[in-house]
Ligand binder design. Structure first.
Ligand SMILES: [Mg+2]
Length: 208
């Protein structure tokens, strides 16, 4: 059975929109969700502006987290994948912010899909993946899916152009993530047969 590490911010929970709003307020820049990445932003805004964006998100973290919508189709696909894979939450949120992520998952009725939850604060996601036996890490930050050893990184960037990540695996939807993961497994399962159930499993799905 494949074990998948899954990031929280911007991968399961759409906390990205809060940071996009902060970038607009602080820097006057209107960005696309897939551009909300340190590796992309560092050429567009100053380190000081980036610090202020992060600070604003940290200060209001509990409210902003709990008011974040799920990423489209994420919970439905996680429900499906959990039938075939072990899924571990791996977020670099420390302390209380980590607990807000766990609370958010519980509030959305998704705790049962996760085998375990981990904070990578003070270490790296690559290390946590190795310690926890993850075969795959799904994350929306370039820095977390590059230079992984023994773990397949999948960069999730909703709506991103195909050429934004030429050096690794890019998925622009959760359906694509599931397709990549199923291709990695020894046991092939049919995504197509699972697909109609996604709408029932994910209350946020409004149509396909
Ligand atoms: Mg993230």
């Amino acid at each position: 059975m494949i074990t998948i590490g899954v990031d929280f911010d911007g991968t399961i929970a759409d906390t990205t929109k809060h940071r996009l709003r902060a970038v607009q307020e602080i820097c006057g820049l209107v960005l696309q969700p897939w551009e909300m990445d340190r590796e992309v932003l560092q050429d567009r805004i100053s380190a000081e502006e980036l610090r202020r964006v992060k600070e604003q998100f940290v200060e209001q973290n509990e409210t902003l987290t709990m008011h974040s919508e799920p990423i489209p189709f994420a919970l439905g696909w996680i429900a499906q994948l959990s039938k075939h894979c072990a899924i571990r939450l791996i977020t670099d949120r420390p302390g209380e912010r980590f607990s807000y992520a766990v609370d958010w998952i519980a509030a959305h009725g998704a705790s049962k899909y996760f085998s375990s939850v981990h904070s990578s604060a003070g270490t790296t996601k690559g290390c946590v993946c190795l310690e926890q036996g993850c075969d795959v890490l799904v994350d929306d930050s370039v820095r977390h899916v590059t230079d992984l050893v023994g773990v397949t990184g999948i960069l999730y960037k909703q709506g991103a152009p195909r050429d934004m990540f030429a050096t690794g695996l890019l998925a622009t939807s959760w359906m694509e993530i599931s397709g990549i993961v199923s291709g990695l497994g020894r046991e092939k399962w049919k995504i197509e047969t699972a697909y109609p159930q996604i709408q029932q499993a994910d209350p946020c799905v409004v149509g396909l």
